[in-house]
Write a protein of this length. Structure first.
Ligand code: NHX
Ligand code: ZN
Length: 685
């Protein structure tokens, strides 16, 4: 919808953004505004010709009394039996009644006549009236009446020009509509053209360079090499090396693939064609392939250059084995064309293709083979240090920061966040600070922003009965107790019973950033997750639907342990994980019915064991657990300090605040603790 509005805006001004590829075309642009203008001009001119010049209309009475009987009329011409045109004798034109004629610039025409006209009903009646009016006249005085046939040129023009123009206008209008919502105006003759945006030296649009890309060190090295290929290819080719044709940027969403590509554009100082995979797709058959062709044609003209295709999975998805008639054909044609084009240009032609995707595994094998996207650059989620750098980049635009804001601390609080998430955190923190009418963005604002992004919106005035609230508190206390006491469980930083997003309460962990997870860690984690339901069952004798998310997590994890990680003795070191993503086992499972049953039973038994373990632990720690639950009911939020006070230090000494972040972590807690208390009083529950 909004795109359509954009369309109209383009139309009105007749301009296009400077970056648009069409503005680089040498051919004259076809602009629908011209059609509209032409129609308007012809209509206007017709209107003016008819009124401004030519004879004036006159009534019969006036004609008879003031002109005919006065003997001023030279002759009358009846045109097409419809219109009587009156010619006044030139010598009489200076009479007063004719002065109205002289206002017109066209004096020559006024002198020649006809100066007046009137419309006649029928020729017979007209002749009769003329005869009667001239009864007293002598034969000499009688006025000549002649009959002429004349084509009306203006009518002809209207019929032959305006109408077809109108038709064309309507047709164009419909056509443009059909060109789809991503049509950028004047699409009619550009359907098969590529929609790539070009960034070259002249367009100073891209101001991103490698300095702006925090983290991603390995990826930067890889991609800088590509920039270097383009800058001085001879260095590589003189040793007989071949310049690669393409590189695939692979990584989860928000990790900066597009940013990296933009940085290449900013750094390489060669033309950069940017396009999204979905730009190739159009409702017309064959358009995608033709756009690929056009893109490569343009690129070859501008070589050396870079083509960047974002979200290439839109076209590059593996072609189905069982052809899905019709639906997939267009995409496959596009992909085939892309493959052909990539083969078609020479290795050293100076065109390098970058493509980004978050799912390299679903891409067609043919795209990934050597000679096409022969190198993959993995762009991973940032680790602690990289997050620190990313925070530094995003904290720069924030004007006023509290002295307690440290990128290291924020990086520690955000495991698993992508670059985009971090950008979101800093922005959200600024908004939260502004909402609180603060002059500075402080640490607490960042922590609130992180909570918001992880957990969703706080819903403080959700109506929760006291019983429910108690269940929630005990459930969360169950998580807290079990995870605190288990050696390998994730360190807990806080528990809350303030509803947030989908959840009525939550236990927040700060997972340790590790590459490998041991079986013990997995089992302890599952035990902690089941602690919630275990507490409900133990202390209330009732279980609730609230454990849905917990059970889902546990089930998936147990299933993965058995069927992917070979962590069950009964199944053995067997994995049914399929990293090829090509879905070799699309029909049914790759194991027998017996194995299926065994997997189910093993999964169930792992979960059961963890649940029993959680219950045992909670029975032993009943006093502490209940104390925690009551405290949680009262305070709504508990931090690791409170837990330590009740449960003692953690068994492995890995208390979250006993590490280096201790001094930064403690400060805000006091602040937060005081906050919910105030809210609690307002809370109707
Ligand atoms: C609900 N959510 O959707 C509420 C808002 C145990 C105190 N009904 O494990 O919030 O209960 O440790 C249909 C039916 C989600 C949809 C039942 C969607 C249940 C989170 C689970 C806390 N913290 N669970 C937790 C929680 C919930 C849920 C559902 C549903 C609870 C628990 C959700
Ligand atoms: Zn839970």
């Amino acid at each position: 919808m909004s795109e359509n509005i954009q369309d109209k805006k383009d139309l009105g001004t007749g301009q296009k953004p400077a970056t648009d590829s069409k503005s680089n075309d040498k051919k004259p642009k076809f602009n629908i505004a011209w059609v509209y203008g032409l129609i308007a001009i012809s209509l206007l001119s017709v209107f003016f010709f008819q009124t401004d010049s030519g004879p004036k209309e006159v009534t019969w009475n006036k004609f008879e009394k003031e002109m005919l009987k006065a003997g001023d009329v030279m002759k009358i011409e009846v045109v097409n039996n419809k219109r009587a045109e009156i010619f006044i004798k030139p010598e009489k034109l200076n009479k007063d009644i004719y002065s109205e004629l002289n206002t017109s610039k066209k004096n020559t025409m006024t002198k020649q006549g006809p100066q007046y006209f009137f419309t006649i009903g029928s020729v017979e009646a007209f002749e009769k009236r003329i005869e009667e009016a001239q009864q007293d006249f002598t034969y000499d005085q009688k006025v000549d009446v002649s009959f002429v046939e004349r084509n009306n040129h203006i009518d002809t023009i209207i019929n032959w020009l305006i109408f077809p123009l109108l038709l064309i206008g309507v047709w164009l209008f419909i056509f443009r509509r059909m060109a789809g919502p991503n049509g950028a105006g004047g699409q009619l003759f550009n359907i098969g053209k590529s929609r790539a945006k070009i960034f070259d030296k002249e367009t100073a649009e891209v101001k991103v360079d490698f300095k702006d890309v925090a983290g991603l060190e390995e990826a930067k090295v890889e991609i800088m090499e590509i920039v270097d290929f383009l800058k001085n290819p001879i260095k590589y080719t003189q040793l007989g090396g071949k310049i690669p044709k393409g590189a695939l940027l692979v990584g989860p969403p928000g990790t900066g693939k597009t940013l990296l590509a933009k940085a290449v554009a900013g750094e390489a100082h060669v033309p950069f064609f940017s396009m999204s995979g979905s730009d190739f797709v159009e409702m017309f058959v064959g358009v995608g392939a033709s756009r690929v062709r056009d893109l490569f044609k343009q690129a070859k003209e501008k070589a050396p250059c870079i083509i960047f295709i974002d979200e290439i999975d839109a076209i590059g998805r593996a072609r189905g084995k069982n052809p899905n008639w019709g639906a997939n054909d267009e995409r496959e044609n596009t992909l085939n064309q892309l493959l052909t084009e990539m083969d078609g240009f020479g290795t050293n032609s100076g065109v390098i293709i970058l493509a980004a995707t978050n799912r390299a595994d679903i891409l067609d094998r043919a795209l990934l083979r050597a000679g096409r996207f022969d190198r993959q650059i993995h762009v991973e989620l940032p680790d602690l240090n990289e997050r620190k750098d990313i925070f530094k980049v995003h904290l720069r635009p924030l004007q006023k920061l509290g002295t307690d804001v440290h990128p290291e601390f924020l990086a520690k609080q955000t495991p698993g966040f992508s670059g985009a998430d971090i950008a979101n955190v800093t922005n959200e923190a600024a908004l939260i600070a502004a909402r609180k009418e603060k002059q500075l963005v402080e640490k607490q604002d960042f922590l609130d922003a992180i909570d918001r992004i992880v957990g969703g919106l706080e819903k403080k005035n959700k109506i929760i009965s006291f019983d429910e609230k108690k269940t929630i508190a005990y459930h969360e206390a169950g998580h807290a107790t079990v995870s605190w006491i288990l050696e390998h469980a994730n360190p807990l930083i806080k528990v809350t019973i303030v509803p947030r997003g989908q959840a009525l309460g939550a236990a927040w962990y700060l997972p340790e950033e590790r590459q490998l997870t041991t079986k013990e860690q997995m089992l302890d984690e599952m035990c902690a997750i089941l602690g919630g339901r275990a507490a409900e069952e133990l202390f209330f004798g009732k279980i609730s639907t609230g454990a849905l998310n917990d059970l889902e997590k546990v089930t998936k994890q147990a299933y993965a342990m058995v069927s992917y990680f070979g962590m069950s003795e009964r199944i053995g070191n067997v994995s049914f994980y399929d990293s090829s993503g090509q879905n070799e086992y699309s029909f049914g499972k790759p194991y027998s019915e017996d194995t299926a049953r065994a997997i189910d039973e093993e999964t169930k038994s792992i979960i059961e064991k963890a649940y029993i373990r959680a219950k045992e632990l909670l029975k032993k720690l009943k006093v502490q657990h209940n104390a925690l639950g009551e405290l949680l009911l009262e305070k709504e939020v508990l931090f690791s300090e409170d837990l330590e006070r009740i449960l003692g230090p953690r068994p492995n000494g890995k208390t979250p605040h006993s590490e280096d972040e201790s001094m930064v972590q403690k400060a805000p807690m006091a602040e937060v603790e005081s906050e919910p208390k105030v809210e609690k009083e307002e809370n109707p529950n």
